[in-house]
Design a protein around this ligand. Structure first.
Ligand code: AMP
Length: 127
């Protein structure tokens, strides 16, 4: 399992060392606008605890933390209004997932037609 780096940018946001444009917060999760939006709506939802990816979170987070993260994703989508037209959630992990910030996060994309699934993807039978 990848070790947690306390100096990653989301840890610094959680400590208040750098600002964020907050959308939603509950006891165990925070949602804020992505600094480099890839869609008209692009928000990140993170747990407040020190988790790198979903496998870490699933094994080590309490039921309350897990429920709070799921609730934060749903409530944030509603607050942003993308629950009406639709949206995409995405969580990148590790090298193959192209994770840049090693703190678990879910992207919420919306506000335009997002196309199908994965850019640069190819059907398994051509692999
Ligand atoms: P990834 O780890 O590839 O899933 O994506 C990390 C995301 O964090 C990227 O979309 C970045 O634009 C975003 N990001 C990096 N630094 C900040 C920051 N200070 N505030 C908000 N979003 C950020």
């Amino acid at each position: 399992m990848m070790a947690y780096d306390d100096n990653n940018v989301f840890a610094r946001i959680l400590r208040g060392e750098i600002p964020c444009k907050k959308v939603y917060e509950n006891e165990h999760a925070l949602a804020f606008h992505d600094i480099n939006p890839q869609a008209p709506v692009h928000v990140l939802v993170i747990p407040k605890g020190r988790y790198v990816g979903m496998d870490d979170f699933a094994h080590n987070a309490s039921p309350a933390e897990q429920a709070a993260l799921v609730r934060a994703i749903g409530e944030t989508a509603r607050l942003l209004g993308v629950d009406k037209g639709g949206y995409r959630t995405l969580s990148n992990f590790g090298r193959d997932g192209h994770q840049e910030v090693p703190h678990l996060h879910f992207h919420i994309f919306g506000g335009r037609r997002l196309g199908r699934m994965l850019e640069g993807g190819r059907p398994p039978h051509t692999a």
